[in-house]
Design a protein around this ligand. Structure first.
Ligand SMILES: Nc1ncnc2c1ncn2[C@@H]1O[C@H](COP(=O)(O)OP(=O)(O)OP(=O)(O)O)[C@@H](O)[C@H]1O
Length: 221
């Protein structure tokens, strides 16, 4: 899916957080949006997800203006949002069930995705029996099992330790490349931006080189 943002102004109440923002994401691209805390990264994701009304400009996904949420566009947050009383498998199955996918197929899809994220042996575990990194992997499986064409990730690994985070970054890049999913990945972590991005945009400073120094300089203003 392509994303074209033109002259986007959006925010909460009367003060816009984003002003006249232009951004293009090509199909299959992994775009990292970086920038200091409070600069509007989450606000941008919400606007693309259709969770936030926009004040001016437009957000086009595959040429169509965003008017609300859609199954084609999935959001992954830092909190895993898993239901504590459902095991890993049943958590991954839930949105498929809600989307009308029949039992045998949703079970097969959920199993395949759990295996893909390295959790084949943990499908019966409840969220509280899994580590933070494992829960994020379940969340990733749950998101990708739905076959979204655009994935919006909002600091999904912010709460993980450095080693787990690095492993998750590797997994995400691998899986998203494999599926050709377009991704907008928000982070305030410069190293994460360098590791993940095909391109890096710093809010307020535009597109920057995917090099640590260039991103740091833009983030610091
Ligand atoms: N629901 C809300 N109502 C009112 N103001 C909000 C709301 N959410 C965010 N804001 C304000 O909008 C601005 C941008 O917030 P946003 O969450 O988009 O920033 P961010 O770049 O994602 O920050 P962080 O890296 O800390 O998550 C901030 O000043 C914040 O206080």
């Amino acid at each position: 899916m392509s994303v074209v943002i033109e002259g986007l102004t959006a925010g909460y109440g009367r003060t816009p957080v984003l002003r006249d923002l232009d951004l293009v994401v090509a199909p299959g691209e992994l775009l990292v949006v970086a920038g200091p805390s409070g600069c509007g990264k989450s606000t941008l994701l919400r606007a693309v997800a259709g969770l936030l009304p926009i004040t001016a400009g437009r957000v086009l996904v595959d040429g169509e203006p965003v008017r609300g949420t859609s199954r084609d566009r999935a959001v992954v947050f830092q909190e895993d949002g898993l239901l504590p009383w459902r095991n890993a498998l049943r958590n991954v199955e839930l949105p498929l069930a809600l989307g009308g996918v029949g039992r045998p197929e949703r079970r097969a899809r959920a199993r395949a995705w759990l295996a893909r994220v390295g959790l084949a042996d943990f499908e019966r575990y409840l969220p509280r029996e899994l580590s933070g990194g494992m829960r994020q992997r379940v969340q990733l499986a749950r998101t990708l099992a739905q076959g979204p064409k655009l994935v919006l990730m909002d600091e999904p690994f912010g709460a993980l330790d450095a080693q787990t985070r690095a492993a998750m970054q590797e997994l995400v890049v691998e899986v998203l490349r494999e599926t050709g999913t377009t991704t907008i990945f928000v982070t305030h972590d410069v190293d994460e931006a360098v590791r993940l991005g095909d391109r890096v945009v710093v809010l307020g400073a535009g597109e920057v080189d995917v090099r640590r120094e260039a991103i740091l300089a833009a983030v610091m203003g």
